[in-house]
Design a protein around this ligand. Structure first.
Ligand SMILES: NC(=O)c1ccc[n+]([C@@H]2O[C@H](COP(=O)([O-])OP(=O)(O)OC[C@H]3O[C@@H](n4cnc5c(N)ncnc54)[C@H](O)[C@@H]3O)[C@@H](O)[C@H]2O)c1
Ligand SMILES: [Zn+2]
Length: 349
């Protein structure tokens, strides 16, 4: 399959390959670069099988390969881990022509992307997401970062040169991770691909992951190519995230589950501000995937405070992405009564 590309102006900045078994061919799919000597693989403890495939393929292609295993999950996304990795890269004398290969879930690819964006002021980065959430969202689009106090407060915008998505790896994921990723995939369907929404409606969590990922990445690549630094158009990718972020922290649930609840709230805002007529179907679809559609017991003040914090950082006030229709998103600034109604609909008052 031809890669999906992300462009900036006329230049292709990222190529995304979605294939079965692609990690066994990682060595031949690296960006052409005769100067490259070394590849440092940054990974998580849970993905040893895929990492072995990558390591073998990169070595067979003539690279010196070093694997560094990061702490699991968001424990990897800290400045102290960045420092420790950079000291290792220094010891290896990793140079400007060399490459960071990040493989794992979104936490590993966020950290790998940040290290690659900042080490020597930026070296080549290739990412191989191994979770569905990573494949449809975290690895694509050039946002990298670590957590300092809040989530992702330190980071850099820099596209990975290539993204290699192995559908075989995704199909082996436990259901809980398929469900969390489905929330973000469905989000991209709601904002940009009605056929992806239909696919989830027809097949539920059994929706074929190759097609899900191609469609979701297609939407994200299209949106990001129009607007890399989130000045406007890219904001639609935050569908479900205004309330979702607050709920994620206040309830301590996964990002995907929080986005599902946030989309339900956004459906209410859409109904009240732009006459979104598909709310019942939208909510039923989210629920049918086994995703939560309310957050009872979550403290409303905490969620509102977290939304107010986002608002302070965002000149225009509280922004909600809403749908006029599936595939037709826009950004609105709802009044307080509408926000309260949206929170009430998800069990927060
Ligand atoms: N940069 C972005 O644009 C962006 C977008 C969305 C999310 N994110 C970030 O992504 C992270 C969440 O992504 P995630 O859910 O992939 O998190 P994660 O990396 O923490 O992965 C979740 C868990 O799955 C495990 N795992 C990974 N691959 C596996 C596999 N193939 N089989 C079994 N287990 C596997 C991981 O070790 C971890 O325990 C957050 O840090 C979030 O901030 C970034
Ligand atoms: Zn998200």
């Amino acid at each position: 399959m031809a890669p999906i590309v992300i462009t900036e102006g006329d230049a292709v900045v990222s190529e995304i390959y979605i294939e079965r078994g692609i990690l066994t061919r990682a060595g031949s799919l690296m960006p052409p670069n005769p100067e490259r000597r070394r590849v440092v693989v940054l990974t998580q403890p849970t993905v040893t099988g895929p990492v072995e495939q990558v390591e073998r393929s990169l070595s067979d292609a003539g690279n010196q390969v070093t694997v560094i295993t990061l702490p699991d999950g968001d424990a990897a996304k800290s400045l102290s881990v960045v420092e420790s990795v950079v000291r290792d890269l220094n010891d290896l004398t990793l140079g400007r022509a060399d490459t960071i290969f990040g493989i794992g879930g979104g936490a590993a690819t966020d950290l790998a992307g940040f290290v690659a964006a900042t080490y020597l002021r930026g070296i080549e980065c290739v990412l191989a997401p191994t979770t569905l959430l990573g494949a449809v969202d975290a690895s694509v689009g050039g946002k990298t970062g670590v957590n300092v106090g809040g989530k992702n407060l330190v980071g850099a915008f820099r596209h990975p040169a290539r993204i290699l998505i192995d559908v075989d790896v995704l199909e082996a994921l436990p259901t809980v991770l398929i469900r969390q990723g489905a929330a973000e995939a469905l989000k991209t369907g709601f904002i940009g691909d009605p056929i992806l929404v239909d696919l989830y409606r027809d097949k539920g969590l059994a929706a074929p992951l190759g097609e899900v990922v191609e469609r979701a990445v297609g939407v994200k690549a299209r949106v990001v190519s129009g607007d890399f630094r989130e000045s406007g158009a890219r904001a639609v990718l935050n569908y479900g995230h205004t309330v979702g972020h607050g709920v994620e922290i206040a309830a301590g649930i996964s990002h995907g589950e929080a986005v599902a609840i946030g989309m339900v709230a956004a459906g209410v805002v859409g109904e009240r501000t732009v006459g979104f007529a598909g709310r019942a179907d939208h909510d039923a679809l989210i629920a049918s995937l086994g995703l939560p559609i309310s957050a009872p017991g979550v403290d409303g003040r905490t969620v509102e405070d977290l939304m107010a914090l986002d608002k302070k950082r965002d000149a225009g006030g509280i922004r909600f992405v809403v749908l006029r229709d599936v595939g037709d998103p826009l950004v609105v600034h709802p009044d307080d009564a509408t926000v309260r109604a949206a929170l009430a609909a998800i069990g927060i008052d």
